[in-house]
Design a binder for this molecule. Structure first.
Ligand SMILES: Cc1cc2nc3c(=O)[nH]c(=O)nc-3n(C[C@H](O)[C@H](O)[C@H](O)COP(=O)(O)O)c2cc1C
Length: 218
């Protein structure tokens, strides 16, 4: 693979929050997860396992549970645009990939290190691998954070996931519904407000931190 191919893959992968119904072939899902399992992980612990959910009733139940936390969050933070989050749209994606992390693997890391963080960092890299692999098939993904407490417990109960696992995020997978994305004002506002990416020169420092580039609080 050439650098340009990788650049385009990384640049063109964008979160999608509105999906078409078209099913994703099982072989493609398998190929995506095959790439995910090659992700690097702390102490090569490979703490991930994946539950693939395609059943509509189950997707809807999961969606309902993980969105429940937003009601309370909305009261606490009135400025955040919760409509823009993928959580409420999750059940519309043809496939949900529930990324599970086995917390027992935290013991693979020396106790002085931050076992919990290392586990979660490993899972996050794995989720990104899923996103990139999906993008290579022209498929769209998003990232739905599953909050601790009742939402995570409910997802685990619905999918019979053993107690030792954590469920930090769910990746919806499907073909993007571009017209619906365009029509959704909440998403347009998010895209307009947040710059696509900070410039390379803003984020790279040579020979030490260049304080003139320090990001303003604003
Ligand atoms: C750790 C993490 C958690 C995220 N959680 C959510 C989420 O709960 N809901 C959501 O809609 N998007 C979520 N996102 C997606 C980000 O909002 C998105 O990646 C970011 O705005 C950049 O946009 P892009 O993915 O289109 O490049 C999350 C991304 C990451 C890496």
């Amino acid at each position: 693979m050439e650098y340009q191919d990788l650049l385009e893959l990384a640049r063109d992968r964008r979160s999608c929050r509105r999906f078409r119904d078209d099913p994703v072939p099982t072989e493609v899902i398998d190929k995506i997860l095959d790439i995910a399992r090659y992700s690097p992980s702390a102490a090569n612990s490979q703490p991930w396992e994946f539950v693939v959910v395609e059943d509509f009733t189950m997707k809807r139940a999961i969606s309902k549970e993980i969105v429940s936390v937003y009601k309370e969050a909305k009261e606490r933070d009135t400025t955040f645009n919760f409509k823009a989050a993928v959580q409420s749209q999750l059940f519309r994606a043809p496939v949900l990939i529930v990324v599970c992390g086995d917390r027992r693997l935290m013991q693979a890391y020396p106790t002085l290190l931050r076992g919990r963080e290392l586990l979660r960092q490993s899972l996050a890299i794995c989720a990104y691998s899923i996103q990139l692999a999906a993008a290579s098939f022209g498929l769209a993904t998003a990232w739905a954070t599953v909050h601790w407490g009742p939402p995570e417990t409910a997802v685990k109960r619905l999918l019979a996931i053993p107690e030792s696992f954590t469920v930090d995020h769910i990746i919806p997978l499907g073909y993007p519904d571009v017209t619906k994305e365009k029509r959704t004002r909440a998403l347009t506002q998010v895209r307009e407000r947040a710059p696509f990416r900070r410039e390379l020169r803003e984020v790279v420092h040579h020979r030490g931190y260049d304080i003139t580039k320090y990001r303003s609080d604003k």
